[in-house]
Design a binder for this molecule. Structure first.
Ligand SMILES: Cc1cc2nc3c(=O)[nH]c(=O)nc-3n(C[C@H](O)[C@H](O)[C@H](O)COP(=O)(O)OP(=O)(O)OC[C@H]3O[C@@H](n4cnc5c(N)ncnc54)[C@H](O)[C@@H]3O)c2cc1C
Ligand code: SF4
Length: 455
């Protein structure tokens, strides 16, 4: 990624568009935690449904009526254990799950009153004190002597490692970055994960013991799948996705300030001082998913004057939910639908604008009537999806579809003794909660295959 400073007359990009106090306010917690009283009132709204639809809608199948009943009865610690038993990343999920399309969408109060029980908020109320102790409440079964290699310390890898540790299986995680957490640490919007929560939760998970993390080690560079299969009883692949898709337009890689949104967000998430981050005055975002919304909202919160998001289809086809679109709009982001970029314009080697053509759908295909328009911009963020990185598998005989690993219901790959989960597998939801579920299910299957205690 290159983001240029602005010589006179060129693109308007500079750090410190807002003072520190404003930045702190802008990046404060999106949903501040519930107080004791608020949690009690909210918990009492639950109907404690039998065969609860919310539980069926949660990818990790947390027993939601039970944990809410425990909160209502004043048993906060018990509620935390109900959640963590099903989802060891219940803390992150309570902050980042798109609940409006998962558990809360299924809540019967949503159907009746359009006001669901705020399950995510209650989940956070329950688990936060346990995570704040920094100590795992779980103990490990007696060592089985079995060892498993895990590729990637993201939600999938950590969930798998934790469940295996509890089953008495030792794990070694290979992780190229300096910190655990994957996109919890480097990707998710800063205002959803304040106060270094990703790192605190990862430390909490690792405190169960029996998990070694080898930082700075990448599959395909420092170790091969063949090495791991030789040296361990089983392997779990949880390396997430690789690089972001390109627009495929001329000058895309040569113009300054055409930036991969995921790279910039990683920089934002790791910034010690947000006022030192260079920010464009007029920001354009191309894409229609969570990453596009996140970069658009965060650009506005960093002080961009205008932020325009352009998506090639309509709101119904957008991956971002209605809630997320509204979040962007209430933060001052303009969303333009039914247009796609056709060329990038530059001045003195840096982006100056983008030409779009209008689009519509014809017989299920995207078509254009031929009309175009131009939007001037200092920065263009591309957020049109990420690709899998099967090259790290170095030609291993694993079935791949659309760049992602094919797995069965137990998250087994086509290669013996190799499991996979999270964003790197085909057909998933690309959410933190589903990555956690994949890691958990794979651990159950691995433990059974190795004859270890039930994970
Ligand atoms: C900008 C952005 C915002 C998002 N916001 C949300 C949100 O609000 N809510 C939500 O539910 N989901 C969100 N998601 C999706 C969510 O973050 C992912 O679905 C989830 O992190 C997937 O977990 P994972 O463990 O599969 O992969 P990752 O989180 O990507 O973790 C993979 C890990 O593997 C490591 N790795 C990579 N290559 C190798 C290699 N060769 N060898 C070893 N290790 C490797 C990586 O460094 C990383 O630590 C967002 C994603 C993005 C990009
Ligand atoms: S993990 Fe996510 S989907 Fe499941 S109950 Fe919690 S907030 Fe809802």
């Amino acid at each position: 990624m290159t983001i240029a400073a602005n010589p006179p007359g060129a693109s308007d990009i500079r750090p410190g568009r807002l003072d520190s106090a404003t930045l702190n306010a802008n990046f404060a917690d999106l949903h501040p935690p519930l107080t004791f009283h608020e949690a009690k009132v909210e918990a009492e709204r639950c109907y404690f449904c039998f065969d609860a639809p919310c539980q069926r809608a949660c990818p990790t199948a947390i027993d939601i009526p039970l944990f809410i009943r425990q909160i209502a009865a004043g048993n906060r610690a018990g509620a935390a254990m109900t959640i963590l038993d099903a989802n060891i990343m219940g803390g992150t999920c309570s902050r980042v799950c798109p609940t409006e399309t998962l558990c809360e969408e299924a809540c019967v109060r949503e159907a009746a009153e359009m006001k669901p029980v705020t399950i995510g908020q209650l989940q956070r109320y329950a688990v936060d004190p346990v995570i704040a102790t920094g100590k795992s409440p779980y103990s490990r079964a007696a060592p089985t002597g079995k060892r498993v290699a895990i590729v990637g310390a993201g939600p999938a890898g950590l969930a798998c490692a934790h469940a295996l540790a509890v089953a008495g299986v030792e794990t070694t995680i290979y992780e190229p970055r300096e910190k655990s957490g994957g996109l919890n640490e480097y990707g998710i919007a800063a205002y959803k994960m304040i106060d270094n929560f990703a790192a605190r939760e990862a430390a909490f998970i690792l405190s169960v013991g029996g998990i070694e993390v080898r930082y700075g080690k990448a599959l395909g560079r420092d170790v091969t799948l063949g090495d791991l299969r030789r040296d361990y009883d089983a392997v779990f692949l949880g390396a997430g996705l690789g690089s972001t898709n390109k627009l495929g337009l001329p000058r895309e890689t040569e113009l300054e300030n055409v930036i991969d949104a995921v790279d910039y967000i990683a920089r934002l998430r790791q910034a010690k001082d947000l006022s030192a981050l260079p920010v464009g005055r007029r920001v354009l975002v191309i894409g229609g998913g969570m990453t596009a919304i996140d970069i658009a909202v965060q650009s506005k919160k960093l002080g961009a004057e205008t932020v325009t998001m352009v998506y090639r289809r309509g709101p119904e086809q957008m991956k971002a939910s209605r809630y997320e679109r509204e979040l962007a709009q209430t933060n001052g982001v303009v969303i333009r639908y039914w247009a796609r970029p056709v060329s990038l314009e530059g001045h003195a080697g840096a982006l100056s604008g983008v030409v779009f053509e209008n689009t519509h759908e014809h017989a299920g295909m995207l078509a254009s009537p031929g009309s175009v328009f131009r939007i001037e911009a200092d920065v263009l963020f591309t957020a049109i999806g990420q690709r899998g990185a099967p090259e790290a598998l170095d030609g291993a005989a694993i079935e791949i579809k659309d760049g992602r690993i094919v797995v069965d219901a137990e998250r087994r790959t086509s290669l013996e003794r190799v499991w996979a989960g999270g964003d790197c597998v085909f057909g998933g939801q690309d959410l933190t909660v589903s990555a956690v579920e994949d890691g958990k299910q794979a651990a159950l299957s691995i433990a059974a295959a190795l004859g270890a205690a039930r994970a």
